[in-house]
Design a protein around this ligand. Structure first.
Ligand SMILES: Cc1cc2nc3c(=O)[nH]c(=O)nc-3n(C[C@H](O)[C@H](O)[C@H](O)COP(=O)(O)O)c2cc1C
Length: 168
């Protein structure tokens, strides 16, 4: 798949086959994470891929969406708001850094034929507890990982004129 095919193929997948994720695909995802850019190259992230059934069940309980349990693995994206770069007024930039890193991993998974779905709609304290994560780390996003069972229709997008302008 070329880069633009990968971009167009990525969709949020909410139905999964039970087949396990091959190690080769995990290796590609890890390599894609390693080359992600971050402010001052501080790389304030750490990623886990959870296949442990007990921890998966705790993550699913913390999220609340039953469909997540179908996936054979769950990506857990951690950010560190102490080691990340901060804006001059002191605001941590970890959400941007982690977002870029997560999308690298998501696109690599897509290129490997795997499905993902960004998930942030959970209570962070509960998700940190479910994954044994402690401050200054926290779970900034999770995603199911596995082979898609159902691929939905592409979601509509805003018109290009509205979202992308060249100012000369
Ligand atoms: C930062 C972020 C958080 C999201 N959180 C959730 C979530 O908690 N639950 C969920 O089902 N989808 C979540 N999504 C998926 C979006 O709903 C989805 O990306 C959007 O509707 C566009 O659809 P597509 O990904 O299939 O193109 C999230 C996406 C992003 C980028």
């Amino acid at each position: 798949m070329d880069f633009y095919e990968v971009l167009n193929k990525r969709q949020s997948i909410r139905s999964y086959k039970s087949d396990p994720v091959p190690q080769e695909a995990l290796d590609k995802m890890a390599e894609s994470l390693q080359v992600a850019p971050s402010a001052c190259n501080l790389q304030p992230w750490s990623f886990r891929v959870v296949t442990n059934e007990k921890m998966k069940a705790e993550i699913c309980a913390a999220y609340g969406g039953k469909w997540l349990a179908e996936a054979p693995a769950i990506i857990v994206a951690l950010g560190n708001d102490e080691t990340c770069w901060k804006r001059p007024e002191g605001t941590p930039i970890v959400d941007i850094d982690m977002g870029i890193a997560m999308e690298h991993v998501v696109l690599a998974a897509t290129a490997e034929g795997l499905g993902t779905c960004w998930i942030c709609a959970y209570k962070q304290v509960e998700m940190n507890r479910a994954t044994n994560i402690m401050s200054p780390w926290s779970v900034l996003a999770i995603s199911p990982l596995g082979y898609p069972n159902v691929v939905p229709e592409q979601k509509p997008r805003k018109l290009l004129d509205e979202i992308f302008k060249v100012i000369t």
